[in-house]
Design a protein around this ligand. Structure first.
Ligand SMILES: Cc1ncc(COP(=O)(O)O)c(C=O)c1O
Ligand SMILES: C[C@H](O)[C@H](N)C(=O)O
Length: 388
């Protein structure tokens, strides 16, 4: 599978394995933005914003969509809209972004208790995991009944088996529980499992569909659901400061990603990730989870690898790493893959002589960039690892 050719000025992300959020807009995408509508989206007068909302909603087989400037906002208002009378709780995977990386939004914005669950199979929550931690609304005044279950697909790059989603959906319908999907990488799941987005739409009451991750748009997500739900979500979006004005340019750029050959782009990133995972297995480098899609999760704690050493080995070969998560996207090329193999191998070998005993889970993301620049654009290599 050939690399995607991009003009030099648009290849700043070709060596960036920190996250698929670092993809840069290509010339055609920027061109699409320049020709965008310029209406006020709060008054629902912007054609390209409405076009994106309707396109994504139709793809997911939902009545309506709502453009949100971030996946965090889309998740938070998506869950909030399902909630009415506290006390209530949200059940999710203990690694879920909505629990670990949205700054306690569920507790503060939704006044919800979160019940984080460790999947017994180590990869994804099953119906049995859910039943063990479900809080029924049975009149017991001690509990916070489970009102929403939020599943992430993919989570850490792991695809959710469709049959498990069906089991969970049927149970949720029987028990009056709403089902939300954090679909930051649902495009990856769709193409990896050959499951149309519409089929996922049938299984969830709401889905937050990111345009800014593997799809490569500069920003934004679309929350999809039935019309009544989206109308109320719009109310919460405004409340949380997400009502934006001339969003047409961003939405036209996001629309372009759907018109472009997104499946080939995502499959390219999956292929590179699979090759890196194979390399790690061959070399005895432990992985945390299966590389089903575009992410490879190296188990730094098991390998006793220091994330800072790994980041520095990456810089030695001119690639950008952040920690144990190696995130591929369509702009990464094979040259970067080979450099990543070398950097990871050297960090792994170094750890044999200099084992790094983290006091617990080493965070896979960072809040500060190793590529932070000053006002003159001069990089500040200020590598800080948040170790716990
Ligand atoms: C799984 C997942 N959900 C939600 C988000 C939030 O998206 P955003 O960074 O656009 O707020 C992210 C981060 O990009 C993510 O990885
Ligand atoms: C964690 C961070 O917010 C982003 N979702 C990422 O995947 O890089």
């Amino acid at each position: 599978m050939a690399d995607f050719e991009l003009p030099p000025s648009y290849t700043t992300a070709s060596n960036d394995l920190r996250s698929d959020t670092f993809t840069t807009p290509c010339p055609e995408m920027v061109q699409a933005g320049l020709g965008a509508s310029i209406g006020d989206a709060v008054y629902q007068e912007d054609v390209d914003t409405i076009r994106l909302e309707q396109t994504v909603a139709q793809l997911a087989g939902k009545e309506a969509g709502l453009y949100c400037v971030s996946g965090t906002l889309s998740n938070q208002i998506g869950v909030r809209t399902h909630l009415t009378q506290p006390p209530y709780s949200i059940l999710c995977d203990y690694r879920a972004h909505i629990y670990t990386h949205e700054a306690a939004g569920l507790a503060i914005l939704s006044q919800a208790m979160v019940v984080p669950v460790v999947p017994r199979n180590g990869n994804y929550l099953t119906l049995e995991d859910i039943k063990r931690h479900f809080v029924p609304d049975d009149g017991d005044i001690h509990g916070a009944p489970t009102r929403v279950i939020s599943l992430e697909n993919t989570l850490h790059g792991i695809v959710y088996p469709l049959e498990e989603l069906v089991r969970i959906r049927v149970w949720c319908l029987e028990n009056g529980v709403k089902l939300h999907c954090d679909g930051a990488r649902i495009w990856n799941a769709s193409v990896a499992c050959n499951v149309p987005m519409r089929q996922y739409g049938e299984l969830f009451d709401s889905i937050s569909i990111c345009m800014s991750k593997s799809m490569g748009a500069p920003m934004g997500s679309v929350l999809v659901g039935d019309l009544k739900f989206i109308k109320k979500a719009n109310h919460f979006r405004k409340q949380q400061g997400g009502g934006v004005r001339q969003s047409g340019m961003m939405c036209a750029m996001a629309l372009w990603t759907i018109k472009d050959n997104w499946k080939a782009k995502l499959l390219h990133s999956h292929q590179l990730a699979h090759e890196l995972a194979e390399f790690c297995v061959e070399k005895g480098i432990p992985l945390e989870s299966p590389a089903d899609t575009s992410f490879v999760f190296i188990s730094l704690s098991q390998a006793k690898m220091d994330p800072d050493v790994l980041v520095k080995k990456g810089l030695k070969y001119g690639i950008k790493l952040m920690g144990g998560r190696i995130a591929f996207h369509y702009q990464v090329n094979r040259d970067t893959l080979e450099k990543a193999k070398q950097a990871i191998w050297e960090a792994f070998e170094y750890a044999k002589e200099h084992p790094f005993n983290s006091e617990g889970e080493t965070k896979i993301y960072r809040s500060e960039s190793t590529e932070k620049v000053d006002v003159n654009g001069k990089p500040i290599h200020d590598i800080k690892t948040y170790k716990y």
